[in-house]
Design a protein around this ligand. Structure first.
Ligand SMILES: NC(=O)c1ccc[n+]([C@@H]2O[C@H](COP(=O)([O-])OP(=O)(O)OC[C@H]3O[C@@H](n4cnc5c(N)ncnc54)[C@H](O)[C@@H]3O)[C@@H](O)[C@H]2O)c1
Length: 271
């Protein structure tokens, strides 16, 4: 089964106002897609919309908190009134605290799961019925390499991304078993230079480089069009699942050697 061609498709990007979401929105429009941007930050979303329109494309922007079920329902209705269907749904909105378990507030921990995990459910449930009825489309989950390995100072973030990986895999199984014709794609990148993880460091930049946002966006759009189910970046991240076969002490030693657990020590995030 092939992927979803972007030309003449309608693509919704949550968190499309900045970072890789913004670049995926602009890139999809460049490939001939109509684009819908949902973002908490109204000005950011509208800025991307206006840029696409100024380049001759079709775009709409809605101010939505994807963690708020009521707002998702209302925005989904407004979106379908504006564009009549969504072919590619990119669950990209995400947040990070970068705090140790005992330093984060309960509200911050809950918010991480509401945005990075539960929102995937609310948004997919709004648009999947249409995709299944048309037997066409791709549900993209932007997870993280932190969805494949736990990382110090990411007890909330890494666990939320593990959940995102599980969400994608289970949904893929359901859609396949029901022969719906709808695909899923999960994306697990190492750190990307968008500002979300400002301050992070990598110990072996050749093996685990900090990724360039433009390149990541292009790779995701290519994966949607080619029908890939999983995109792990950079290539070294593909070895992570194999390291699970190691005894725990060896696994922990390898993670420490790679500098994974010190990567967050100078994390500032967006201020
Ligand atoms: N930057 C990285 O190093 C990295 C690495 C792996 C995975 N990711 C994931 O990629 C995705 C995008 O990250 P980015 O680096 O482009 O981040 P970013 O901070 O640049 O962009 C995130 C966007 O999501 C929006 N957003 C946040 N909460 C929202 C909510 N509740 N409702 C609607 N919009 C909301 C923000 O306003 C922002 O525009 C995230 O899911 C992130 O976890 C990022």
């Amino acid at each position: 089964m092939g992927g979803t061609a972007l030309r003449d498709s309608t693509v919704l990007v949550t968190g499309g106002g900045s970072g890789i979401g913004r670049l995926m929105a602009l890139g999809a429009a460049g490939r001939g897609a109509r684009v819908v941007i949902w973002d908490l930050d109204r000005a950011a979303g509208e800025g991307v919309r206006d840029r696409i329109r100024s380049l001759g494309g079709t775009a709409h922007a809605f101010e939505v908190d994807v963690a708020d079920r009521e707002q998702v329902r209302e925005a989904a209705a407004a979106t379908l009134a504006a564009v009549d269907r969504i072919d590619v749904l990119v669950g990209n909105a995400g947040v990070v605290t970068g705090k140790r378990l005992l330093e984060a507030t309960e509200e911050q921990i809950a918010r991480t799961f509401e945005v990075n995990v539960l929102a995937l459910y609310w948004v997919a449930r709004a648009f999947l019925p249409g995709m299944i009825a048309r037997r066409r489309g791709t549900v993209v989950t932007i997870a993280s390499a932190a969805g494949l390995i736990g990382v110090a100072r990411q007890t909330d973030y890494s666990a939320s991304k593990h959940a995102a990986v599980g969400f994608d895999e289970s949904l893929r199984a359901e859609l396949r078993a029901d022969r719906t014709g709808v695909r899923t794609l999960v994306v697990c990148p190492y750190y990307i230079d968008t500002g979300m993880f400002a301050g992070v460091r990598t110990r072996f930049p050749l093996l685990l480089p900090i990724l360039q946002p433009k390149r990541v966006a292009v790779r995701i759009l290519d994966a949607i069009e080619s029908g890939r189910s999983r995109l792990l970046l950079p290539p070294f991240v593909r070895l992570l699942p194999v390291t699970r076969l190691l005894p725990v002490r060896a696994f922990d030693a390898l993670a420490d050697l790679l500098g994974v657990n010190r990567s967050m020590s100078r994390f500032t995030g967006r201020r």
